[in-house]
Design a protein around this ligand. Structure first.
Ligand code: NAP
Length: 339
């Protein structure tokens, strides 16, 4: 493979507020040679996820930031093209963290085989991967929806939200989805089987949500925060559970954006008076449940009980624009780049 090259996207500078194209740099570099115990992979799909906004920032978090000039982090599904590892021959499809690049040399212990017989291999980055697991385990460990209860989730056409709604429905809950715009709301009912869909961009969002939840809310699966949480809080029933998975509405906030009325007393008062359970989680804290997730979700995906929507964009050079768009709600389904 001498003379061959790879394309990579690097973090050029740390964004202030919403990321812009100039925060990224694209470069072409020589193809790496796999060392002993390593394979060379060609990326088939790169997953773009909201958590990457946090990795662009130096603020303290649960994972270290990407260093300036380094390849952006990201999970990928890739094909082995050269191998120094018995048992991982060229042609095998694996899941790995190759990052925002077309090729990578990786040690064998960083590879997970992908079972292509269950569903298209891209789903290993969505419903059958980290986002699907986050949905499943957030419900299993914290939300615990019961027969006849009302569950609400926003970003509901995304890989986490769509999975939350479908799993909770399979557990017997009535599911209300929140999404941006009429097209996404139609998909919530027609594709994903939500009982009701509410557009958070509509001027009457809060009263519409209240009308869609006549018995209040028993489980609010928090994906977005912001104005959606403000509308949800008054509707939470006694003993409601709130798995806090993400707050994507705030990921681009600057310090100045956080100024405003102090809503903490209202929140803590509601937590106290209505005996709410509010628990944040990062999916890998529950990694011991991954196999149970994968077995149950694979069966649901195979028999059509859980459906998935993908938004696939061709060309690694389009990754920054697609990522910026996802934080504004321009993706429609699990966002993937096909380098
Ligand atoms: P996604 O739904 O594919 O993309 C994010 C979506 O957020 C956008 O498409 C947009 O959808 C919605 N959004 C953005 N700004 C919003 C706002 N101001 N108000 C309401 N909605 C807004 O993302 P995902 O991968 O499924 O992730 C969903 C959430 O789960 C994120 O917060 C993410 O950080 C979190 N997450 C957490 C874990 C964990 O381990 N804790 C793991 C995976 C993901 P609309 O157009 O519908 O508004």
């Amino acid at each position: 493979m001498s003379g061959a090259s790879r394309t990579r996207i690097l973090l050029a500078r740390r964004p202030v507020g919403a990321p812009v194209a100039a925060d990224f740099r694209i470069e072409t570099a020589a193809l790496p040679q796999p060392g002993p115990g390593e394979v060379l992979v060609r990326v088939l799909y790169l997953s773009l996820d909201p958590y990457m906004r946090g990795r662009m920032s130096e603020a303290k978090s649960y994972a270290p930031p990407v260093a300036l000039g380094d390849v952006m982090v990201g999970e990928t599904v890739a094909e082995i093209v050269q191998s120094n590892v018995p048992g991982f021959p060229p042609g095998d499809i694996v899941r790995c963290h190759a990052g925002w690049q077309s090729h990578a040399a990786l040690p064998a212990d960083r590879l997970q085989r992908v079972d292509a017989t269950v569903a298209p291999v891209s789903t290993a980055l969505g419903v059958l991967g980290m986002p699907g697991f986050s949905a499943w385990v957030g419900l299993d460990a914290i939300g615990r929806p019961q027969q006849g209860e009302t569950l609400v989730v926003a970003a509901a056409t995304g890989p986490v939200g769509a999975t939350v709604g479908q799993v909770a429905r399979l557990r017997g809950a009535r599911c209300v989805g929140i999404a941006g715009g009429a097209r996404k709301c139609a998909a919530l009912i027609e594709e994903f089987g939500f009982a009701a869909a509410i557009d958070h961009r509509a001027p009457d969002f809060a009263p519409a949500l209240a009308r869609a939840c006549p018995d209040g809310i028993d489980v609010y699966f928090e994906n977005v925060g912001g104005a959606v949480f403000d509308a949800v809080l008054p509707l939470l029933n006694r003993f409601a559970r709130v798995p806090v998975c993400g707050v994507v509405a705030t990921y681009n906030d600057r310090e100045a954006d956080r100024a405003g009325p102090d809503r903490l007393p209202a929140l803590m008062g509601a937590v106290l008076r209505r005996s709410l359970t509010v628990q944040g989680f990062i999916n890998n804290s529950f990694i011991e449940r991954y196999e149970a997730f994968h077995a149950e979700m694979s069966a649901w995906v195979r028999n059509g009980d859980v459906r998935t929507r993908e938004d696939i964009i061709d060309g690694l050079a389009n990754a920054p624009g697609a990522f910026i768009g996802m934080l504004e709600g321009r993706n429609f389904g699990k966002l993937l780049i096909r380098p």
